[in-house]
Ligand binder design. Structure first.
Ligand code: ADP
Length: 631
């Protein structure tokens, strides 16, 4: 009982959520479900009436009026229902879009550490899998709950229609079978038979529903496997791997095995249904019909009720048993589905655990912002090692700071903490002397432009990508693209900044290379014109000439901004005022290039020499990338 109440509470919660996603649609579906229930009973009732009129020798005109009313009612209900369905279908799309949007909006506003958490990814995967199996979750409730109401109304109407079968007075009949059948005892027996028949159909439907859900649960695993294969095969990058490593047969075989498993599950369910539901219910229904026809037929014969009522009673009772069975199996399905809806609710209701500051960031025209790391240590969620340990660092205004170190030494992590994608596990970060957690996050982010290594561009226009919005200053977008060394390519684009990137939305969109994408990402950072500019490996995908141009223009590009520049190419850090050397999560050296390279026991010297081996001009320890314009 407690479980049922909890399930009903979940139904209410789901219905309210659907209402918030698309107002009124559930109500329209409810009305349509009631109309669906009314329709067969109008036909049953009116047909019985017309048969009675025919048998009683009513004038044809009067009968025709009833026929007209029956057809008219049927037509009106049908039309009304179709009209409702028109609105429902239109709004279905809205609901689907809003539902899909609700998940994306949540991902966008979730604390970043949660997005970057394997548990969150598992939850999202689960939601997608539930959607793939029968639209499980919120949508399954939406599509099936009105059917539950439909069955409830069918039960109510059928009870109302058959009531008189049992309560009409029993005339005294003195002879034959009729003597035993047209009696209150036989009436009670028929009623008992109805109860038994309902019990059998409920029992069979429940068992079948359980069996089916258990069987489909087996498929969830396959389904997960399938979606990962589709992801690999459909994406261009994955498709390339499939060709190069000749994976087509292997993947298709895997798909085949899974499809066979799905078929086998479907077959098992059908077989189970045939054995444990269809045959038993067929027999029950036949027995019921024989008894009912006898009871109603003989009753009509002795004048308990009219001949037309035979059709009414029998059809209504059959509607009743079917409706109860359907009600139970839909209820079971919805109760089972609650677990899937819960996964979705748990996700969209995930609370933010990061400190939500409210201070506004002072808008300084002198750009005098000062960021300081004070004894900062950080462990990624669910890891037991320190990605950063005891980091102390201060950025002076207008300074160009280079951050170097081996892979995994903590450079990017430091930037992520500075941008508050994560909060430090220990220690504090200050902006103008105030802990950055106390600032309003959106305001705080306004002072940073960042180009991460794994930046993403969107399949929008070039201008929209640079300006990160639909409204933008065309000239400034162009200027930023030119500064980021994209000018020559821009000149070749017929539609200029209105050119779509990639072909997802536009067939004449342009495919861009990794280097070009990096230039656009740099232009995007410049367009934001924030006082801090952070570039994480900003030239990794550029060819040597473009890279050299970025370096030689670097001071012009960053202007008076405070720049933090992460790079593997130590020579590219020479023009920075200060270099911080990271090693295993800590800053081991800070100084100018000349100071650091002179410290022969230092990490920087080691890295510098290691890189110098790959360049011809070893004597000078120069590791300028090929083509770089040395000043
Ligand atoms: P770098 O930028 O210097 O190459 P990172 O800051 O990216 O190094 O990584 C520092 C350490 O943190 C590495 O050991 C890396 O494996 C680990 N790390 C980075 N990102 C994550 C993450 N999202 N979850 C767990 N560990 C991470």
């Amino acid at each position: 009982m407690k479980a049922l109440l909890a399930d009903l509470k979940m139904f209410v919660k789901t219905a309210r959520h659907i209402e918030s996603l698309c107002r009124g649609n559930l109500f329209l579906k409810l009305i349509s479900a009631i109309l669906d229930s009314v329709q067969p009973f109008v036909n049953i009732y009116m047909s019985a009436k017309i048969v009675d009129m025919l048998l009683s020798g009513f004038p044809m005109e009067e009968i025709l009026v009833y026929v007209g009313i029956t057809v008219g009612l049927h037509f009106s209900i049908n039309m009304l229902n179709r009209l409702l369905w028109y609105f429902i279908r239109v709004r279905d799309n809205l609901l689907n879009n809003n539902y899909s949007r609700s998940k994306k909006a949540k991902v966008a506003e979730l604390d970043y550490d949660l997005v970057d958490n394997v548990e969150t990814q598992k939850t999202l995967n689960k939601i997608f899998q539930h959607e793939n199996v029968n639209n499980g979750g919120i949508l399954l409730f939406y599509y099936n709950a009105p059917n539950l109401i439909h069955q409830i109304f069918t039960v109510i109407f059928s009870v109302a229609m058959t009531f008189s079968l049992f309560v009409s007075p029993y005339p005294y009949v003195g002879s034959g079978v009729t003597k035993y059948v047209v009696t209150p005892y036989f009436g009670a027996f028929v009623l008992l038979l109805c109860v038994i028949s309902v019990w059998i159909s409920v029992h069979c439907s429940t068992k079948r529903a359980h069996y089916a859900t258990n069987e489909w649960q087996k498929f969830t695993f396959c389904n997960q496997f399938l979606s990962s294969i589709f992801t690999v095969m459909y994406a261009a990058a994955g498709s390339m791997q499939v060709r190069i490593y000749n994976q087509k047969k292997r993947l298709l075989d895997a798909l085949h095995v899974n499809a066979k498993m799905a078929d086998a599950i479907g077959e098992n369910i059908s077989r189970y249904q045939l054995k444990h539901e269809t045959i038993i219910m067929g027999i029950t229904e036949t027995v019921m019909q024989i008894v009912l026809y006898t009871f109603a037929g003989l009753g009509a014969l002795v004048g308990r009720f009219s001949v037309g009522s035979i059709v009414k009673y029998i059809s209504s009772i059959l509607q009743f048993t079917n409706a109860v069975a359907a009600f139970v199996s839909i209820l079971e399905l919805l109760r089972y589905n609650n677990a899937m809806s819960k996964v979705y609710f748990d996700f969209i209701e995930t609370p933010s655990h990061m400190y939500q500051g409210s201070l506004t960031v002072e808008k300084r025209s002198d750009r005098n912002y000062n960021v300081e790391f004070r004894d900062v240590s950080f462990r990624y969620p669910n890891t037991d090692f320190w990605a950063l340990r005891h980091v102390d660092l201060k950025f002076n205004i207008g300074e160009k700071l280079a951050v170097v170190g081996m892979n995994g030494s903590g450079k990017t992590t430091m930037i992520k903490l500075m941008c508050r994608l994560y909060d430090p596990t220990e220690g504090q970060i200050f902006l103008n002397g105030i802990d950055i957690r106390k600032y309003d996050y959106k305001e705080y982010m306004l002072i940073f432009s960042v180009v991460f290594q794994d930046f993403k561009l969107f399949a929008f226009t070039l201008g929209e990508n640079v300006a990160t919005g639909t409204e933008y200053d065309e000239e400034r977008v162009k200027a930023c693209l030119v500064e980021a060394n994209f000018g020559d390519r821009l000149a070749t684009l017929e539609k200029g900044t209105k050119t779509y990137l990639y072909r997802n939305f536009e067939k004449d969109g342009v495919e861009i290379s990794g280097g070009e994408a990096q230039k656009i990402a740099l232009a995007r950072a410049l367009y934001k014109d924030a006082p801090f500019i952070i570039l994480d490996e900003p030239t990794a995908a550029l060819d040597p000439i473009a890279e050299a141009e970025v370096y030689s223009n670097f001071n012009k590009i960053v202007g008076d901004k405070t720049a933090i520049y992460i790079s593997h190419r130590l020579s590219s850090c020479r023009f920075c005022d200060k270099i911080a050397v990271f090693d295993r999560g800590s800053i081991v050296q800070v100084g100018t290039h000349d100071e650091l390279v002179a410290d022969v026991n230092g990490k920087y010297h080691e890295l510098w020499n290691a890189q110098a081996q790959y360049y011809s001009d070893k004597k000078e320890g120069c590791i300028a990338p090929l083509g770089m314009v040395e000043k």
